[in-house]
Design a binder for this molecule. Structure first.
Ligand code: HEC
Length: 176
């Protein structure tokens, strides 16, 4: 894949495809949670997954959280958990994945239902799955994009370039 494709892919990533809206910063993640309309389909995939909403409820209800019964925090109102809302708007949201070494990490998304980089690009190009296949409301950035075939090729080349040199053999050996 030539360098020109990769550079063009970066332009698509930042511009037309709006990927930077969530995959920003040195690790290509904003560290936030978003609903990217990933369909709950595939082997061993739950029929529905409420995403962060479930995690938040569990954290809020836990007696072991910072503001909970078993916490010895001197001022529980200062605990981050005390300022967390009720999880509304978090339904079906998942944490933005880093895109580093993405070429070596298939299958993708929380379901593992997206097999290739090309399929991931197609998911975004369509603006995500149809309603009913995922929980909650899709993020407003999840709208059909209308990528051309050269756009998709360039974007895939850019994503494949987000890896580093392989680790030296000596670091892959079992130290025991
Ligand atoms: C609205 C925010 C948002 C936008 C815009 C977005 N992403 Fe994502 N991306 C996410 C989230 C959240 C996940 C994790 C989804 C999951 O686990 O179900 C993700 C996951 C991925 C993954 C899979 C990572 C893995 O290890 O499983 C790829 C590849 C990816 N995004 C590429 C892109 C590309 C390319 C674009 C632009 C076309 C894009 N994303 C735009 C939020 C976004």
């Amino acid at each position: 894949m030539c360098i020109r494709d990769r550079k063009q892919g970066l332009r698509v990533f930042i511009g037309k495809a709006r990927c930077l809206g969530c995959h920003s910063g040195p690790n290509f993640t904003d560290g936030q949670f978003h609903n990217t309309a990933v369909p709950q389909v595939g082997e061993h995939v739950e029929p529905m997954d409420d995403g962060r909403a479930v995690g938040l409820t569990m954290a809020l209800e836990s007696p072991f959280n910072c503001a909970g019964r078993w916490s010895d925090h001197p001022n529980k109102s200062e605990c981050a958990i005390s300022n967390v809302g009720d999880g509304e708007g978090e339904l079906g949201a998942f944490k933005t994945s880093s895109l580093r070494e993405i070429a070596h990490r298939a299958p993708f998304m929380h379901t593992g239902g997206v097999a290739t980089i090309e399929q991931a690009i197609q998911h975004y190009d369509l603006g995500g799955a149809a309603p009913g296949l995922f929980a909650g409301q899709r993020d407003e950035l999840m709208r059909p994009i209308g990528l051309s075939s050269p756009d998709r090729t360039a974007l895939a080349a850019f994503l494949r370039a987000l890896g580093g040199e392989p680790l030296p053999e000596s670091m892959l050996e079992d130290p025991r």
